[in-house]
Design a protein around this ligand. Structure first.
Ligand code: GUN
Length: 300
């Protein structure tokens, strides 16, 4: 497996743990969970468990789905002013009656480990350094760097234009001098665009890519998570019989990040990295491997 996110995340988690150990003032991540979305509950539980396994203090604040926007915003303001809290994360999605933009806008950008605030998003967009890079794109960047996948000058095709993955991923790839195409549900000729890609980052949440669309030697990063007819976790890649022989399958697998075990673990480790940085009160200076070199002295 070329893009083994689980393996990379294990190495990094160990490094982060060592760094947390050295700190007198431990990082403190507060996660706000509104309502009882099943997937969100699982994500939040995993974040808390991982944080605690690294010595990072972690608090989950749960609100019922009928909470008012005002109460939620007041709580965030309280956390902004709390010197014991270094990182704030509001789990998405929020219930429909709450305006997401109003909520994320009040988070202190220095505690915004998700990179959701207009200040951090804006900085990323104009090539300034945000206090934190968004966790999933940052995790993908670290994974690609770990496996020494070349980025500069390459054609990166991103499927999905969300604020959490697609858009920030495009910004980060541009900063690394990639040529970037963003595709979405209305894109025409998707197959042709994918065929021209050196790196495909797919965050559609549906099986939109067939293996035969991916050109030889291109790398496929699968961000999609959905469940197949048997309830098994699966990504955006459609594995229908596009291969003539076993060798073709093996060669293809070497260029794909699996689901599960690819982007998922990298996203969590990336959040932990941001949380560590929040406690050190330091601005993350670089992207991907360079970021790690400057913060937790890992060389790869
Ligand atoms: N919901 C799904 N992904 C994310 C994420 O990266 N951050 C937050 N806050 N909520 C999410």
């Amino acid at each position: 497996m070329l893009l083994d996110g689980k393996a990379v995340s294990k190495i990094l988690l160990e490094k982060i743990k060592q760094e947390v150990n050295k700190l007198d003032a431990k990082p403190h991540l507060v996660v706000i969970l509104v309502g009882d979305d099943y997937a969100s509950k699982i994500y939040v539980k995993n974040k808390k468990k991982t944080a605690e396994s690294l010595g990072i203090k972690s608090t989950v604040i749960e609100f019922p789905s009928d909470i008012s926007e005002e109460v939620l915003i007041n709580k965030i303001n309280e956390l902004n002013n709390d010197k014991d809290v270094s990182a704030i994360l509001v789990q998405m999605p929020l219930p429909k009656h709450i305006n997401r933009d109003n909520v994320v806008s009040v988070i202190d950008p220095k505690k915004d480990v998700d990179c959701f605030t207009p200040e951090n998003v804006g900085k990323l967009a104009i090539g300034m350094k945000p206090y934190f890079y968004p966790v999933t794109p940052q995790g993908i960047m670290i994974m690609l760097d770990y496996y020494k996948v070349p980025i500069e000058g390459k054609h990166v095709v991103i499927i999905g234009r969300s604020n959490i993955v697609g858009k920030p991923m495009a910004q980060m790839m541009l900063q690394r001098n990639a040529t970037v195409t963003i595709c979405h549900s209305k894109t025409e000729n998707l197959e042709e665009i994918i065929k021209a890609a050196d790196i495909i980052i797919s965050a559609a949440g549906k099986k939109v890519v067939r293996c035969k669309m991916v050109k030889n030697n291109a790398v496929f990063v699968d961000v999609g998570i959905s469940r197949d007819a048997n309830g098994k976790l699966t990504g955006d890649l459609n594995w229908e019989s596009d291969f003539n022989n076993f060798n073709e399958v093996v060669s293809f697998l070497e260029r794909v990040s699996p689901v599960p075990g690819g982007v998922g673990p990298m996203t969590i480790v990336s959040l932990m990295l941001n949380t560590l940085a929040s406690a050190k009160h330091m601005v993350i200076l670089c992207l991907g491997a360079k970021l790690l070199l400057s913060t937790i002295s890992l060389s790869f």
